[in-house]
Design a protein around this ligand. Structure first.
Ligand code: MG
Length: 246
């Protein structure tokens, strides 16, 4: 769907709130902090900016961010988990302003992390930006996934298949979906005013996943580390505009 200038402006504002949730949680990441504390910090940003949460109560999700450490890929529920030196933690955050949504994620290290973990984070973020660069008027949507996959696989990593990016607007998850790999068909032609959440999930090992008994937490099947980066981006006359960047 193509959004009007007025709608894009609201999404820009929602994106700024998400960027602020990222900054605030990132500044708090250190050994000894619980994922519940990170959630509370993000909730304070929502309250301060008069934004609503799109995560809270989404199919019953009980928090305003997802917190996914180490071999957890996405959708972790904030709680008693205490960050420890050497962990990596993925934070996914969202906000609604005047009915319009923003959605973005990052992965950070806790204290000193291994060279392998650092490289995973660096490659996953780079794969996101390679995907974003494809969000150009006239291009085909699934070039995003092809670009993401090329970066991740060149590093010897794999891209998660079951969970994908999405269009975003008056709902967090709108059609079409945006796979982080080449799905075999080019997909829709990109037009100005379309907005997408691009969100590669990259594993050091295989892309297979399983879910914990909580019905949310998605894990790597082989127990290897996973990283997740996401931005909300509009296709504009001047190329991709990232709404959730700091
Ligand atoms: Mg998303």
């Amino acid at each position: 769907m193509r959004r009007s200038a007025d709608e894009l402006d609201k999404m820009r504002k929602a994106g700024k709130v998400v960027a602020e949730m990222h900054e605030a949680t990132r500044a708090a990441i250190r050994p000894g902090v619980t994922t519940r504390q990170l959630n509370d910090i993000a909730a304070e940003v929502l309250a301060k900016r008069g934004a609503r949460s799109n995560f809270l109560n989404y199919h019953g999700f009980p928090a305003v961010i997802c917190t996914s450490p180490n071999d957890m890929i996405v959708h972790g529920i904030p709680g008693d988990y205490t960050l420890k030196e050497g962990d990596i933690i993925s934070i996914d955050a969202g906000a609604i302003i005047e009915g319009y949504h923003g959605d973005a994620a990052y992965t950070a290290g806790v204290g000193e992390i291994s060279a392998q973990a650092k490289k995973l984070i660096e490659v996953t973020e780079r794969s996101l930006w390679a995907g974003i660069a494809q969000l150009v008027k006239g291009n085909r949507l699934n070039e995003v996934g092809r670009a993401v996959q090329n970066v991740a696989e060149a590093a010897g990593y794999s891209v998660v298949r079951e969970y994908v990016g999405h269009a975003i607007g008056t709902a967090m998850h709108e059609d079409p979906q945006v796979p982080n790999y080449w799905p075999g068909t080019p997909g829709p032609t990109l037009k100005e005013g379309m907005v997408f959440a691009i969100e590669p999930m990259v594993n050091i090992g295989s892309y297979e996943t399983y879910m914990l008994d909580d019905g949310w937490s998605v894990m790597t099947e082989d127990g290897t580390l996973s990283a997740h980066f996401e931005h909300t981006i509009a296709v504009t006359e001047n190329g991709p505009e990232v709404f959730t960047a700091a």
